[in-house]
Design a protein around this ligand. Structure first.
Ligand code: ATP
Length: 596
């Protein structure tokens, strides 16, 4: 759902946008300083032109004082100052455009890396398409801020100030009249902003929503088509798209009906006012030059003002985009308790008698007031094989997510190899704990890259992991062996083969603890047996904790933990649990036997 645009937050958005610009442009600050200096020089030249024109008229043309070399010099000055100012300005535009591109590049990397560090709780509420939009469109829109704020606005402001000073020097009373009319422009801009700002914010939010809907539909296309939901999704998309269209239209209306006509009218009023003032004065010869210079300057006052105001629509969009990028960067990254890390006794980490996992009085809720795990306590010895079973929704995956540090365990404690979970250094933690998820996530890359996952592991280690996962043989049978591209999401492999690659990936990091989240639920019995053999071979070397719906996978586990509504209902090896008459495990097992 889209939130209603809040116009009162504009100032905060602007501050957030400027902070972001400062951060992204920091390495280019010298370029920025030079650009401002050269823009000031260009403005100075621009102001000088009409002064030389005035001198030509007043000192030579009107008094017929034909000093040709000086006249040629002044004429050349009038023409050249304009040209050089344009040239300088163009070069600064190029400089600032380069700066803008580099800043966007930095921003994108910053945002992407930040997204990678965000806790899983963030992704529970994030919408993929909107996040993608943040990293691509919004950062791109920030580029306009550089071009608009730093180039057009800055340049126009410098020209404006320079021109007003030159006018004051020529005739301060006339300058005051021009200046007195300027608040009218501010009023026009203010009205425009009030009218268009909500539409701008809404248009951006809707664009992001469009991306979100598109990504969601493409991601779930099979489900969507199988449910004959094309028409419903099409209608939902059309409604959002139309809303986006009307938001953009209101923005354009504000521009077409208010901004441009009002500014053009203002231009005419200003010109008329200056000519009227001259008409009421006894025009001396010298005043003709002043009139020429004033009329030249009027264009230089009006044009920057128009430029500044015309940028507001784009500027607002960019500020909204920058504020959204800023808000994403402000999302707190996964916080680790470094104090606990310092206090922890690291010697325990290498003590073989210390449990691999030790959980004490663990309570957990995703949302306050809706507990998922209740007062869980258990020890898992190193090198053991533990199965976790239970009805759907009993909290199995939640327990695994907590062991993976995807969510912080706020009530109770989890220790891994004798150290508090949140005290373990991130690299070490990720090296020590391997995960085989329910849906193996494969990259559109080679088999080798899929096992390596950017860790730059040596080929021998990759092959050893593939052998341990019983994936080596089928990988070699692919047309280019380990270099075979597996297609998007591993589309060239069967579900079972994908799962074996995922196991090889987890093992390639030589983890001390291997977590399997229903890793066998999608595979056939034959592949399941291969997985079982692979897991058996790990016994004593790696601590395996496996969630299983299919109880045959964990039948041979040293210990099975049966969860029921977030509590440990039963625990023990298969034979022992089967002895509990009417027990939960026994019932689950017999049910599966019946179904088979
Ligand atoms: N990200 C989440 N945000 C809020 N609630 C969640 C989230 N994930 C799970 N839950 C809730 O927590 C409870 C336990 O879910 P969990 O996925 O841990 O169960 P499970 O035993 O793994 O189930 P299954 O066997 O179906 O995978 C459920 O009531 C579920 O609705």
């Amino acid at each position: 759902m889209l939130s209603k645009p809040d116009t009162t937050s504009t100032r905060r958005q602007m501050a957030q946008a400027l902070a972001l610009l400062r951060r992204a442009a920091h390495p280019d600050r010298h370029h920025l300083a030079w650009a401002i200096l050269w823009l000031a020089a260009a403005a100075l030249l621009e102001v000088l032109g009409p002064i030389m024109g005035k001198a030509l008229i007043d000192e030579h043309l009107l008094p017929h004082h034909l000093d040709w070399p000086r006249m040629a010099g002044l004429l050349a000055g009038v023409v050249l100052t304009g040209w050089i100012a344009s040239g300088l300005r163009y070069l600064q535009l190029v400089r600032l455009s380069g700066l803008a591109m580099r800043s966007v590049m930095r921003l994108r990397e910053m945002v992407y890396n930040h997204v990678l560090s965000l806790p899983m709780a963030f992704f529970d509420r994030a919408i993929t398409g909107q996040l993608v939009s943040r990293v691509t469109n919004d950062t791109e829109a920030v580029k306009n801020l550089y071009i608009q704020v730093l180039f057009v606005m800055l340049d126009s402001t410098i020209v404006l100030v320079g021109t007003v000073c030159a006018m004051a020097w020529l005739d301060w009373r006339l300058m005051l009249i021009v200046l007195a009319l300027l608040p009218a422009v501010l009023l026009i801009v203010w009205l425009y902003q009030r009218w268009s700002a909500p539409a701008v914010t809404r248009a951006r939010a809707l664009r992001s929503e469009i991306n979100g809907q598109m990504a969601e539909s493409i991601g779930g296309m099979s489900v969507l088509q199988a449910n004959n939901a094309e028409a419903r999704f099409g209608a939902r998309f059309a409604a959002t798209n139309r809303e986006h269209y009307s938001a953009r239209l209101s923005e354009l209306r504000a521009n077409a009906w208010l901004l441009r006509p009002a500014l053009d009218m203002f231009n005419i009023i200003l010109l008329a006012a200056v000519i009227f003032m001259f008409g009421h004065r006894e025009m001396t010869a010298t005043e003709v030059g002043v009139l020429y210079a004033f009329i030249s300057y009027l264009a230089r006052v009006i044009e920057p003002l128009i430029q500044i105001t015309m940028q507001f629509s784009q500027l607002q969009q960019s500020v909204v985009a920058a504020a959204r990028v800023g808000a994403l960067l402000d999302e707190a990254a996964t916080a680790l308790n470094t104090e606990a890390g310092l206090a922890a006794d690291r010697s325990a980490a290498n003590d073989a008698s210390v449990p691999a996992v030790s959980i004490r009085h663990l309570d957990f809720a995703y949302n306050p007031g809706q507990p998922v795990l209740h007062d869980l306590s258990l020890d898992i010895p190193q090198g053991s094989f533990t199965g976790i079973v239970g009805h759907t929704g009993s909290g199995k995956s939640t327990l695994l997510s907590l062991l993976l540090r995807f969510y912080p365990a706020r009530h109770g404690s989890i220790m891994m190899h004798g150290m508090p979970l949140d005290a373990i250094d991130n690299d070490r933690f990720r090296n020590e704990v391997g995960l085989v998820p329910q849906d193996p996530f494969l990259l559109a890359a080679s088999a080798r890259e899929n096992i390596d996952m950017g860790r730059n592991l040596p080929q021998e280690q990759i092959e050893a992991a593939a052998r341990a996962a019983h994936a080596h043989d089928f990988i070699l049978a692919l047309d280019q062996g380990y270099d075979t591209a597996l297609g998007e999401g591993g589309s060239r492999l069967s579900v079972g083969q994908k799962q074996l690659i995922a196991i090889a990936r987890a093992l390639a990091g030589t983890p001390r603890i291997l977590l399997l989240d229903e890793a066998t639920s999608h595979i056939d019995s034959q592949t399941e047996q291969i997985v079982q053999v692979a897991l058996d071979e790990l016994r004593g070397k790696v601590t395996v904790i496996a969630i299983a719906h299919r109880l045959s996978t964990i039948r041979d586990a040293d210990r099975i933990i049966v969860l029921n509504h977030g509590r440990i209902a039963e625990t023990g090896p298969h034979e022992q649990l089967m002895q509990i008459d009417g027990g939960l495990y026994q019932r689950l097992y017999l049910l599966q036997q019946l179904a088979a």
